[in-house]
Design a protein around this ligand. Structure first.
Ligand SMILES: *Cc1c(COP(=O)(O)O)cnc(C)c1O
Length: 248
């Protein structure tokens, strides 16, 4: 099968220098802390996912040295050499992109958390491969919170049924939800979607579930992460505000 995501030329970053990347990380961490405090939350309950897609390993290193502990990647082939190159650091890797079923075997166990489970079939494949590897794979369910025709993810209406089905998968550990709200110009435009996500997570949490947990909310990107933190995000995924604009 031809796979465009492997052969497509990767985008280039604008090449911020190491000092600037380190300062950006410290600034983003400070802004996360201040947003948490404004919302009456403990800053250490929110984790920064530094989105390193299209960023080479040598520019990820200053981010790690400045305090980034988790990297988010959306392409397996791009991620693997970087995971190898940065192996000496105390660093976790999260998979945040569209995941094809035939790549699940390589992703399971390599990535601490898969943010982008968008179908029951994909969940079943992760469960199967995790079972073969003798581990439990943590995942989030991607929710199409804006009900956009162009986006994947579960609709908010089907989430309750999906959670029931996934709860029966022994090697899958559902930890919560992830969303990418519709693109919007302002930092506050996504706020209603963040609120809808928090409400959905609350409505899905149930004592009848055995494995599924609703403790993580992965939402908020460079332009709106403070609003996301104020509305309950436990993970924010940030690329541009750390590494600069991506150039296609
Ligand atoms: C690229 C990407 C991000 C980061 O977006 P920025 O606007 O650069 O912060 C976050 N989440 C996902 C799923 C992404 O693909």
């Amino acid at each position: 099968m031809n796979d465009e995501s492997d052969s497509a030329p990767s985008t280039q970053h604008s090449g911020l220098d190491s000092g600037r990347i380190a300062r950006n990380v410290r600034e983003v961490l400070a802004r996360i802390s201040r947003a948490a405090i404004r919302a009456g939350r403990r800053p250490d309950t929110i984790r920064l996912i530094a989105v390193t897609k299209s960023v080479p390993a040598e520019r990820i290193r200053p981010a790690v040295e400045a305090g980034a502990r988790i990297c988010g990647e959306n392409r397996l082939q791009e991620a693997l050499p970087k995971i190898e190159a940065l192996g000496g650091h105390d660093l976790r890797w999260h998979f945040i992109g569209r995941l094809q079923r035939r790549k699940v075997k390589a992703v399971v166990g390599t990535f601490e958390l898969i943010h982008s489970v968008d179908s029951v079939e994909l969940a079943a494949e992760i469960d199967r491969r995790a079972g073969e590897a003798g581990l439990q794979q943590s995942v989030l369910l991607e929710i199409n919170v804006g009900r956009e025709a162009t986006k994947t993810g579960f609709s908010p209406d089907e989430a309750a049924n999906v959670v029931t089905v996934l709860d029966a998968m022994p090697n899958l550990a559902v930890r919560g939800l992830m969303a990418i709200p519709p693109p919007a110009p302002g930092a506050d435009d996504a706020r209603p979607y963040f609120q809808a996500m928090r409400e959905l997570a609350r409505s899905l949490a149930s004592p009848h579930l055995h494995r599924v947990r609703m403790e993580e909310l992965s939402m908020g990107m460079s332009r709106d992460f403070e609003a996301a933190v104020e509305e309950g995000a436990t993970m924010v995924r940030i690329g541009t505000a750390i590494f600069g604009e991506r150039r296609g």
